[in-house]
Design a protein around this ligand. Sequence first.
Ligand code: SIN
Length: 293
Amino acid sequence: MKVQPLTPVIGAEVSGLDLCNLSDGEFDDLKDTFTKHSVLFFRDQPTLAPDDQVAFAKRFGPLHTHPAAPTLAEQDEVFVIHAHKDSKVANGNGWHTDVSCDEEPPLATMLQLHLLPATGGDTLFASMYAAFETLSETMQNFLLTLQAHHESEHVYRGRYSDRGVEDADKVYPRALHPVVRTHPESKRRALYVNPSFTTRIEGLSRQESNALLGMLFQHQQRPEFQVRFNWSPNAIALWDNRCTHHFAMWDYWPEERKGHRVTIKGERPFLEAMNEALNEAPVLGNLRLSRQL
Ligand code: SIN
C-alpha cells in the first residue's frame, strides 16, 4: 500500500490495494491510514459491483440506511448519486457532513463515481479537527459546553420527488448533538455543526445562536482546512463523517455525473473529558499559529 498525503491536515491518495480482496492485516493498515488522514482517495480500482462495494464497506461495520435517498432496486444499501441536465438538485452541493440529523449519524461514506463531466464535479473536503483546534481556547472551552439541534425536514422534504421518492407520510429525523465531538479512534476533538443540518444551539437565544453558528460556518470554510479532489473515472473517496465536511461542486450542468455511494453506520456523537496528554495531541503544524489571526 502506497500512501501519498495531499495536505498537512486532511486527505491522502492510496494506491496498490485491491479493495475487494484485502487481507485482515491490509485492512487494519488501511483503517489506521483512514483515521490519520480523515479522507482517502483511490484511483486504481475497477468499477465495483454493488455487492462488492457493500462487502468492502461492511468491513468497517454495519451499513447505514439513508432516510430519504433513492437507492438501487437490487441493492437498497447503495445510494445512486446522479445529476444531469434535468436534475433539480445535485446531492451534496453545500457544506455538510452526512445525515448529521440522525441520532446515530454515519461513521463514513464511500463513493465511487463511474461517469464524470468533461471538467468540474470536484468534491471538497474540510477537516473539522483543524476547524476546532484553530479556535481560541476561550471559544473552544465555551463550545465544549454546548449542544446543537440538527434537522432535516428542510433538506429532504420533496428533494428526490423527480427520482420517484414519495415522502408525504415520512417524518424526517432530527437530533441534538454536542457542538464538539470526540473521535472514538483518534480521540481528537472535531467541530460538529454544519450549515446544511444544524439549525440552532440549545440554550441560546435565536439571535445568539445565529451569530455563533454564522461565525463557526464561516470559520469551517477556511481553505487551509481543505483538500479538493478532482475525480477520474472509477475513483473512490472514503470520508470520515465524524471529523470532516464535504461539498460536491455542481459546476458542470448540463453535463452528467453518476456513481454509487454506501454509508457505514456510526454511533451517537459524544464528547469525552480531555486529559492533559490528549490536550497536547493535535499536530497541525502552522495551523496552531494561525489561531492568532
Ligand atoms: C455526497 O454524498 O454528499 C455527494 C458527494 C459527491 O457527489 O461528490
